[in-house]
Design a protein around this ligand. Structure first.
Ligand SMILES: [Zn+2]
Length: 289
């Protein structure tokens, strides 16, 4: 009995010491992220720490990311923009990772409850070849898809984006993100960006700082620009009448990159603006004024 009591006390002391070590290791580290996020929505993960806070490494929805801590308003901070893709399972999804503070790697988990969201239907009439393109166009369309996919899946290690973000054109929204689309009565992929109203020739401005990673005149998207903002955040500007930047060019937030047009599969001039995070399209509206 005495021996068991002694063992019990010993275990308590060890547990207590361990938790004190963990507590002191965590001193000054604070994690901020929402507990509930709707399907298709972006959200921020912010980790704040003291002088020896170096970086966070984590996995979110099968994607791995390392984010270096930089000097912030209160000590050091690692800020990352994440998203819940349209195809995400509902319920609890975990951000699992480690915080590096000095030589210590401290494991952390943050639970995000993914909530359902109902998207309305949209029925559009367009030229027949825009719904079922001729067989001869398939290699071109495939090649354009491959280039876009490569642009979206880039994860460059530095965060170039800054808040507040810039609305690319001032016009209001004509088609929301996530609409379940039917072209000439045939079901097609959901709307993976927002359509912003703008007259032909209206200047289109960059969402944030970044680098142009792809431009082109694509079959469905028309004249297009893709900007990499770092840490897996890429924006898309399509159906332009004119592209005024070149691949590889550095861009600052709000800089003009092209003009509103009606090129590609469209029913009239507008800007289709897309926001991709770690390769998945999310609704940019929550981040715009
Ligand atoms: Zn659109």
């Amino acid at each position: 009995m005495t021996r068991f009591f002694y063992l019990f006390v010993k275990c308590c002391v060890v547990a207590c010491l361990l938790s004190m070590t963990t507590l002191s290791a965590w001193a000054g580290i604070r994690i901020e992220s929402p507990d509930h996020v709707d399907v298709g929505m972006p959200f921020f993960l912010r980790v704040f720490g003291p002088e020896n806070f170096r970086e966070i490494t984590f996995r979110w929805q099968d994607k791995d990311l390392t984010v270096l801590a930089v000097a912030g308003e209160h000590g050091r901070e690692a800020v990352v923009l994440l998203g819940v893709c349209l195809e995400s399972p509902l319920g609890v999804q975990r951000i699992d990772g480690t915080v590096q503070k000095g030589d210590q790697r401290l494991p952390f988990t943050h639970e995000v409850h993914v909530q359902p969201r109902t998207f309305p239907e949209q029925w559009l009439q367009v030229a027949r070849e825009m719904v079922s393109p001729d067989q001869s166009l398939h290699p071109r369309i495939e090649e354009e898809r491959r280039k876009v996919r490569a642009a979206l899946e880039r994860v460059t290690p530095d965060r170039l984006w800054e808040t507040p973000f810039v609305r690319p054109v001032s016009g209001n929204i004509s088609s929301e993100f996530g609409l379940r689309r039917f072209f000439n009565d045939q079901p097609r992929a959901p709307h993976r960006g927002v359509d912003l109203r703008g007259a032909e020739g209206t200047l289109v401005r960059a969402f944030s700082n970044g680098k142009v990673v792809l431009t082109g005149d694509h079959f469905f998207a028309g004249r297009s620009v893709y900007i990499d903002h770092g840490l897996g955040v890429v924006t898309q500007y399509i159906h332009l009448s004119e592209v005024t930047v070149q691949e590889g060019q550095k861009i600052i937030a709000g800089e003009p990159i092209g003009k509103v047009g009606a090129t590609g599969r469209v029913t009239g001039p507008h800007l289709h603006f897309g926001l991709s995070i770690l390769g998945f399209w999310v609704d940019p509206l929550a981040l715009l004024d």
